[in-house]
Design a protein around this ligand. Structure first.
Ligand code: NAI
Length: 251
């Protein structure tokens, strides 16, 4: 039976200390999943784990840097030891980087954003996919961005990384489709999280003006979509891109 009941399911959410990741952790924990939150921000991660660890909810914090393959591999090993399995991987950790035209983006700006937002997704999938294939079950949800579909000026590294996440999603989905591992991407428009503070105010205005519903999205609105994509109900959608963009996406 297909279900949106996550009892016995184990989920790894990267960047779950705040913002969209934290909203996803909240929804999955309340739906009955056991959670591993992996983030570089241990203060936020521990706080979230304490908030959601009750008699009926199991949430554990892990320090993991998605840009470091050794950190990813050893954290995935610890989660498998502690929980016995990983059914759901939400690749959410990300940074937006500087708002600047291409000539003012340094090689370091480019490398840091690509390493976190794109290579980090590759490292996490690489570490978790063999386990999912072996158990013949997995749901991977990659948090891309409308920036990767439509492009935004002054955000070349970020838009490139997020477009790369869409390509990775489509390629990996085809590799593992016969193992009951579904791989999908979500493309939010501007969402009201701490990340917005890292974007220049005039750029925030530009991005908000392009959202037809006329406001920023909420982390909970993205989490609702992620919850569905992480569920058993998603059994015939893979390699697909799901918008949460207040109408901004035009295709
Ligand atoms: P946020 O800045 O509130 O949270 C990001 C989390 O990722 C933080 O907890 C941070 O510590 C963690 N993180 C950063 N680098 C990391 C690393 N190397 N290893 C592990 N964890 C790391 O951001 P927000 O807004 O919640 O974004 C979450 C995801 O959604 C990101 O991938 C972002 O690009 C994407 N997104 C956000 C949108 C927005 O408008 N807020 C719109 C579209 C996509």
């Amino acid at each position: 039976m297909k279900r949106q009941n996550f009892d016995e399911r184990v989920a790894l959410v990267t960047g779950g200390a705040q913002g969209i990741g934290l909203a996803v952790v909240r929804r999955l924990a309340k739906a009955g999943a056991k959670l591993a939150i992996a983030d570089v921000n241990m203060t936020g991660t521990q706080k979230a784990a304490e908030e959601f660890s009750t008699e009926s909810m199991s949430v554990k914090p892990f320090h993991m840097d998605v840009t470091d393959p050794d950190s990813v591999q050893s954290t995935v090993g610890s989660i498998l030891r502690d929980f016995g399995r990983i059914d759901i991987l939400v690749n959410n950790a990300g940074i937006v980087g500087r708002t600047a035209p291409i000539q003012d983006q340094s090689a370091e700006d480019w490398s840091r954003i690509i390493a976190t937002d794109l290579t980090g997704v590759f490292f996490c999938c690489k570490a978790v996919v063999p386990h999912m294939v072996e158990q013949a079950y997995g749901r991977i949800v990659n948090i891309s961005s409308i920036a990767g579909k439509e492009g935004n000026p002054n955000m070349v590294p970020y838009c490139t990384a997020k477009a790369g996440v869409i390509g990775l999603t489509k390629a990996l989905a085809k590799e593992v489709a016969r193992s009951n591992v579904m791989v999908n991407a979500v493309t939010p428009a501007l969402i009201d999280t701490p990340m917005v503070q890292d974007i220049a105010p005039d750029q925030v205005d530009y991005l908000t003006e392009r959202i037809p519903v006329g406001r920023l999205g909420r982390a909970e609105e993205v989490a609702a979509m992620v919850l569905w994509l992480a569920s058993e109900e998603v059994s015939f959608s893979t390699g697909a891109v799901f918008d949460v963009s207040g109408g901004r996406a035009s295709y």
